[in-house]
Design a protein around this ligand. Structure first.
Ligand SMILES: *Cc1c(COP(=O)(O)O)cnc(C)c1O
Length: 491
């Protein structure tokens, strides 16, 4: 049988375990389940010695660019150092199976329970779901809750002319996942402009608000790295109109121990554990996007939830009949949650605050070094990241943000995020994080300043960069859409 030999115990009646579906296929017939065109006909693997294999993979690993090898100032992504002790902590739980009965996994259930409380303390919320697997997934989950909340309220009021609240207001600086999540839930995104200081434009907000407003989604500090100077007024206006405030917590690395989104008036929020609380991420995963809520949204949280009962920690769905249901198998990406737990425990409250302060300090330090050499569209104190522009270089030399990003690779740096946020032309979005030394920040700024000079003295050098990599300019869109991953025998 296919499921023979699995290491966890089957749940017995009365236990809250998970049972595998039976697959009544004898082992010798299993290949029949695989479509013929997917079966390998000949095995044409290279015959090489162990040493050759070791060298091949060691060389391949050295082609990888990572936070462990170089500076990685990718704006919005918070590529901070991922302490190795977190990996050890996550490894301690790898022999557990999520289908085990509650009473055999009390340790991890307590960790999940405690972790939820840490997040509540850090961000000010009353409860969290740990299920969402990424920030974008958290957005979807939260918007589903906002929808359930308004639907319930509407059904309570028997007025015929009460409008359906189906519009979510988003500033034009928002991350692309925001409007995408809004549409996925069946709401309509309404984009409003930012003002000259990078804040939500209050006049535009007033105009957009109405009795069809379901809520506002805001990142704060926003993707320009700027803290909204009128955030309390924004919250009041949205609440007065009957909408809810959603906090995109991807930039929480600027705020830890300094301000809490729930205190600012945000009813619901997601946080990207892989960004703020360190987990190696990039290339699409892994992630975790817990969603925090205030009391009024708590009944809608996904189930099952970990509660502390008389017999210990347990998973339950029954106590939450108004829940939107499950959004992930089992408990979410538990490996990422354990890393974040270990990170929070090892830094403590003071350490988290110090991390945020340092991240903000680092960003401001760099912004001030660079602003004479690159156009700075919003010249005010930034938070943990900032956005400069290649506007001057484009106007004078026809050199674009992409060229500058590619040239940075020649100097051994990962390029910053480019062409985002969309409201800054030729944007270069730089996020140093708290992990980096002053020497690293100086070296990166020196490289960018040198490139600004090269734009004048040898523009072609910048335009055709990178020059010191195994391959030069790639057609990135094509490489993503039609990846060529075959082993060719001569690599
Ligand atoms: C990263 C990010 C997201 C999306 O988070 P994922 O974990 O990548 O899904 C949303 N909003 C902002 C501002 C982000 O930086």
């Amino acid at each position: 049988m296919l499921n023979e030999g699995l290491i966890f115990e089957r749940s017995t009646p009365g236990q809250k375990g998970y049972s595998l579906p039976e697959l009544d296929v004898p082992a010798e017939e299993l290949t029949n389940l695989i479509p013929a065109e997917l079966l390998r006909r000949e095995l044409n693997l290279p015959e090489v010695s162990e040493l050759d294999v070791v060298r091949h993979f060691t060389r391949l690993s050295q082609l990888n660019f990572s936070v462990d090898t170089e500076f990685y100032p990718l704006g919005s992504c918070t590529m901070k150092y991922n302490p190795k002790v977190n990996e050890e902590a996550a490894k301690m739980f790898t022999e557990l199976h999520p289908g085990q009965a509650d009473d055999s996994v009390q340790g991890i259930l307590q960790l999940l329970y405690d972790f939820e409380r840490y997040l509540c303390a850090i961000f000010g919320y009353d409860a969290f779901t740990l299920q969402p697997a990424a920030g974008a997934h958290g957005e979807l989950t939260a918007l589903m809750m906002i929808k359930a909340y308004h639907e319930e309220n509407k059904s309570k009021v028997k007025s015929q002319n009460l409008k359906v609240r189906n519009k979510i207001i988003i500033p034009d600086s928002s991350h692309g996942t925001n409007p995408a999540s809004v549409s996925m839930v069946g709401f309509t995104p309404v984009v409003i402009k930012s003002n000259g200081r990078g804040n939500v434009d209050l006049a535009a907000l007033r105009q957009a608000l109405g009795d069809d407003t379901a809520g506002l989604m805001l990142t704060n500090p926003n993707t320009l790295g700027l803290f909204d100077e009128h955030i309390l007024e924004v919250a009041e206006l949205v609440h007065q109109a009957g909408g809810l405030l959603y906090y995109d917590g991807a930039n929480a690395n600027a705020n830890l121990g300094i301000c809490r989104p729930a205190d600012l008036g945000f009813d619901v929020a997601h946080f990207n554990l892989h960004k703020t609380f360190s987990t190696p991420h990039g290339g699409g995963g892994p992630g975790s996007g817990p969603v925090g809520v205030t009391r009024k949204l708590e009944p809608f949280l996904p189930v099952p939830r970990v509660i502390k009962g008389p017999a210990g920690f347990q998973l339950t769905a029954e106590s939450y009949p108004r829940s939107i249901g499950r959004v992930h198998s089992f408990h979410g990406n538990v490996g990422v949650i354990i890393r974040a737990y270990a990170y929070i425990r090892s830094l403590g409250a003071a350490g988290l605050k110090a991390a945020s302060e340092k991240a903000v300090e680092n960003a401001n330090y760099m912004m001030n070094q660079l602003k004479d050499h690159y156009y700075l569209p919003y010249d005010r104190t930034c938070q943990h990241e900032f956005v400069i522009s290649a506007k001057w270089q484009k106007e004078k030399f026809g050199i674009r943000a992409l060229d500058i990003a590619k040239r940075l690779i020649d100097y051994g740096f990962h390029p910053p995020t480019i062409y985002f946020p969309l409201i800054v032309e030729e944007a270069l979005m730089i996020e140093p994080t708290e992990s980096e030394s002053r020497a690293t920040l100086d070296a990166f700024c020196a490289a960018l300043i040198k490139i600004a000079r090269e734009c004048a003295t040898d523009p072609e050098l910048v335009r055709s960069a990178p020059h010191h990599t195994p391959v030069s300019r790639l057609d990135e869109a094509r490489a993503a859409r039609e990846p060529d991953l075959r082993w060719t025998g001569n690599s």
